[in-house]
Ligand binder design. Structure first.
Ligand SMILES: [Zn+2]
Length: 180
C-alpha cells in the first residue's frame, strides 16, 4: 500500500463517514497481526511524503486502531502502540496547532509542557517515557486523535480556526502525487 490518502473532516472536504471515524475512539491494537505491521508502514510512508507532517494517527488513514507515529529530528520516528497518558506536568503553554485532517487551518491550543506516556514499542515491550516542549505537544495531539479528539475541540476560548499557508501546493490525496 504505502502512502495513503489523509482523511478529512467535512469542513476540509471529508465525507461524513471520514469525520465520524476521525472523531471516534480507537480500539487497542493486537500484536502478531499482519495488519499492524502494514498499518505502521503505511503511517510512516504517508508521514514521510509530507515535510510539514510531524505526526500521524491511524484514524487519519482510516484505521481505528490505537497506533500513532511522531517525527523526531535526531532519531527514527517514534511508534506509539496502545499509548496512554499517565501524567501531564509543567507550565501551560498556548501555541498554534494544525492537523493534516483539518487541512489548511490552524488554531491556538493550550497544553502542558510535559507529558508522560506508557505505550508498547514495535516489539510489544511496555515503555514509559516523558516528552517535553514541541515533542510533548505533538505526542498529546496524536494521543488525542486516538481518543477521537481533534484539536478544534481544544481551541482556546477566544481562538478560532484560521488559514495557514504551510499546506500550499499540497493535497491530502495520495493519488494526486502519482505515489501509491
Ligand atoms: Zn492531527
Amino acid at each position: 500500500m504505502g502512502r495513503r490518502d489523509i482523511w478529512q473532516v467535512q469542513r476540509t472536504g471529508g465525507s461524513p463517514e471520514q469525520e465520524q471515524l476521525l472523531r471516534s475512539r480507537t480500539q487497542l491494537a493486537t500484536f502478531g497481526a499482519d495488519d499492524l505491521d502494514r498499518l505502521i508502514a503505511d503511517l510512516l510512508s504517508t508521514m514521510s511524503s509530507y515535510s510539514i507532517c510531524v505526526g500521524l494517527a491511524s484514524t487519519q488513514i482510516g484505521v481505528p486502531l490505537r497506533v500513532a507515529i511522531v517525527r523526531r529530528s535526531d532519531a527514527d520516528p517514534l511508534v506509539l502502540i496502545n499509548p496512554e497518558v499517565t501524567a501531564t506536568s509543567g507550565k501551560k503553554d498556548s501555541k498554534r496547532e494544525s492537523c493534516m485532517s483539518i487541512w489548511g487551518l490552524c488554531g491556538e491550543v493550550e497544553r502542558r509542557d510535559k507529558v508522560r506516556v506508557r505505550y508498547q514499542d514495535r516489539s510489544g515491550a511496555s515503555v514509559e517515557e516523558q516528552f517535553h516542549g514541541f515533542e510533548s505537544r505533538v505526542v498529546q495531539h496524536e494521543i488525542d486523535h486516538l481518543d477521537g479528539v481533534l484539536y478544534d475541540e481544544r481551541l482556546n476560548t477566544d481562538a478560532s480556526l484560521e488559514s495557514i499557508d504551510i499546506f500550499a501546493g499540497l493535497t491530502p490525496q495520495a493519488s494526486d502525487s502519482g505515489v501509491s
